[in-house]
Ligand binder design. Sequence first.
Ligand SMILES: Cc1ncc(COP(=O)(O)O)c(C=O)c1O
Length: 453
Amino acid sequence: MKRTNEASSRDTAHKLPKIVTTLPGPKAKEVLDMDTKYVSPSYTRSYPLVAESAAGSIVTDPDGNRFLDFNAGIAVCSTGHCHPEIVKTIQDQAAKLIHMSGTDFYYSAQTRLARKLAQLAPGESPKKVFFSNSGAEAVECAMKLARYKTGRTVMIAFIGAFHGRTMGALSLTASKALQRKGFAPLVPQVVHIPYAYCYRCEFGKDPKTCGTDCLRYLTETVFKKVVDPSDVAGIIMEPIQGEGGYVVPPRDFVQKLRAITREHGIMLIADEVQSGIGRTGKMFAIEHFDVQPDILCIAKGIASGMPLGCTVADASVMDWKPGMHASTFGGNPISCEAALKTLELLEAGVMENCRQMGARLKERLAGLVESSPHVGDVRGEGLMVGIEMVTDKQTRAPAPALRDRVVNRCFEKGVLILGCGPNTVRLSPPLIIERAQVDFAADVLEAAIRELN
Ligand SMILES: Cc1ncc(COP(=O)(O)O)c(C=O)c1O
């Protein structure tokens, strides 16, 4: 019995963090120094993690420090780092065909992935897929398609939304003013309205009784005083807001939004770049709300780390003409094969693991709202979980500095997490995370939050 216990703790030991130097260690420091000299300072590194190699949910730095990854390269490494089947798929495809340009030629990986995504996208109607390389490009495509299809110009997006950094996507983004500062003029004809961020309702209402006043603002104020709905091409929403703070809206908010868009012939665009591909325990987060969008944007987790953006729309919507939209690299054969393998793994058990581990994580963290004076809210679906930090529970005053302390403390203890929104801790581990790893991260988080008292 003793031998079995020893063996099993040896088994899990390499799946947990181990910090062997001060952070950053000497080799990591060399990378950091060079980075400071040569790399754009616009990146937002929260702490000095230098990744050298990674497997599953463990990242190792050049000094041999081992970290537990509760961020997955910003919700990208859905099947974990370097999943052996993903690595083999990439290697096999690289030896066969790396690039051909789906813009001008055909190859079966792209076609098969389009068929798979068309089958997976919510709704019975036939679908078509456009391939690009990133989330921002998936959104650009959606924006152009909505304008083309409706012949209208105005786009409506939400306060707190993050849709990317290219000019079109940035025009829709309203997550942090700094992201837009200095880049005007952005694409015109974008109107931002409040999201159903019920913990911080713009209208000071209680979600139990408000009747989604935030949508009344759209129909009674925006549609009557700012823009006629017949000028609106599309409304883009994250079914669960990501960069804005892992905000989960009420079900009737999403359903009513769908009804409003249908009533006025407006394209409903679901930006599932962060929330999609199994992360919330369903293939797409919008399925939690029983809603079918007209256009669906996918990226991040779809290809387990290979760059890929996909825009899926009803075939009747994606009926533009040859040459109207294209991308040289979009949907390259290696990314498409990695995506097909990722989806196969998700359906074969990874998504089920996500549901179970997500429930475990939420169960472990739920008590924090009671026990800590600084935890205002714990929310999320599956393995997309946020902890909103406040200085005072009564006033709900945001606590960005406390959030940053938690993030940094976790790094020192070997757990990689990031923030989102001004004051929320973001937990988005690989979907293959194991129970012992969830418990370890929850212990570290609890201790870091307790230290704030
Ligand atoms: C919801 C959402 N949309 C779009 C993007 C942009 O994706 P990318 O950075 O791949 O351009 C992001 C990135 O965080 C995102 O979270």
